[in-house]
Design a protein around this ligand. Structure first.
Ligand code: UD1
Length: 350
């Protein structure tokens, strides 16, 4: 059995890690294609090294471009690789442009397509990711859903027969790395005091690409009354530079994006998280730090239970929200118990 995984952006490398390990344990002939959507060493190579992911068999080095140019460049190049490799399954992850390009390339040449993290919905049609995930789900032959809510979305769209609940593979990685960090916790970065700062990330188009919105988001973070460890995505830095917005202001302590174990350690050392990242909302929940999300909606609705996660799109009352204490321990494990990757291997029939 040959499986061809296609990844390209940072969160996909995290999802790939436990899946690659489970494929190796099951003796699957697993090939990895990296589209090159993310290419800075800190956004790519470091994840392969830290999470012990085998080196990609192919890197298409497409780099950054507009949606159409980037997705189109991947589409042609992926078709060539898929025709050569003839896998039994093409496996795509999440909702990036790399996901959509690989899904289209596979189905057009009649290769079986499986979508990991199927069924997530924001119902916000302004988000590029929403189109990527909806189109990929409807193209795929096998939909590997992370949660019961995702399964419901797929059923509502007539896709129940192709859907399997496997759990969330990011939970597999997060819990494993959490245990390693807790066994030997490093000091918090940037000279911060344990428990005395919040972690922040901002990278979504809706927060970075409108200058007025970007200015308001940065000003709100800079105005918090606790130090803010801002892990600055290259997109955030680029947009701030274009707009002459100073990131090094007020409470902000700016660092480059951290490697995965460093990010988990930073969250564990913090009192809370402010973000627009899907992955980090869930990681905050798993690591039991209250999260405030600067978006109008979330795909990971389970994190809202008990106010572990609160949506604050209008930035009102952000200081009090960011400083709120951790709520009561959740009673459910909506993201599985950390064995989703094994379920993926089983669902693929390997
Ligand atoms: C992409 C995904 C998003 C995911 C995010 C995780 C899409 C539509 N979006 O957004 O769903 O949450 O990855 O990080 O696929 N850049 C660099 N170096 C890099 C990569 C990007 O400098 O290694 C800069 C470039 O200026 C680039 C910009 O970041 O234009 C945006 O990169 P892109 O891959 O288009 O989207 P992300 O914002 O990273």
């Amino acid at each position: 059995m040959r499986v061809l995984s296609v990844v390209g952006a940072r969160p996909q490398f995290v999802k790939l890690a436990p899946v690659a390990e489970a494929f190796a344990a099951a003796g699957v002939d697993h090939r990895i294609v990296h589209t090159g959507q993310h290419y800075d060493p800190g956004m790519s190579d470091v994840f392969f090294a830290d999470l012990r992911i085998p080196k990609p068999d192919v890197n298409l080095t497409v780099g950054s471009a507009s949606h159409g140019v980037q997705t189109g460049a991947m589409l042609g190049a992926l078709e060539e690789v898929m025709l050569r490799e003839q896998p039994d399954w093409v496996l795509v992850y999440g909702d990036t442009n790399s996901t959509l390009a690989a899904a289209l390339a596979a189905v057009k040449i009649h290769l079986p397509l499986a979508h990991l993290e199927a069924g997530l919905r924001s119902f916000n049609r302004r988000m590029p990711e929403e189109h990527n995930r909806v189109l990929t789900d409807h193209a795929a032959d096998l939909l590997l859903a992370p949660t019961a809510v995702a399964m419901d979305h797929l059923a509502e769209e007539g896709l129940a027969r192709r859907s399997v609940l496997v759990g969330d593979v990011m939970t597999d990685v997060c819990l494993r790395v959490r245990d390693a960090v807790l066994a030997d916790p490093p000091p918090p970065p940037a000279g911060l005091a344990r428990g005395g700062y919040v972690v922040a990330t901002i990278h979504r188009a809706e927060n970075t690409d409108d200058p007025q919105r970007l200015r308001a988001v940065v000003a709100s973070l800079a105005g918090l009354s606790v130090p803010v460890l801002l892990m600055a995505h290259p997109r955030l830095r680029a947009r701030c530079q274009e707009q002459g917005i100073d990131l090094e202001s007020g409470s902000l302590r700016v660092v480059d994006p951290l490697p995965y174990p460093g990010m988990v350690a930073a969250v564990l050392g913090s009192s809370g998280v402010v973000t627009d990242s899907g992955g980090l909302q869930k990681e905050a929940f798993l690591l039991r730090r209250p999260c405030t999300t600067l978006r109008t909606e979330t795909e990971w609705v389970e994190t809202l239970e008990g106010r572990w996660n609160v949506l604050a799109p209008d930035l009102v009352g952000l200081d009090a929200l960011a400083a709120r204490p951790a709520p009561a321990e959740p009673t459910l494990q909506p993201y599985g118990s950390g064995d989703a990757a094994r379920q993926v291997v089983t669902a693929l029939g390997t």
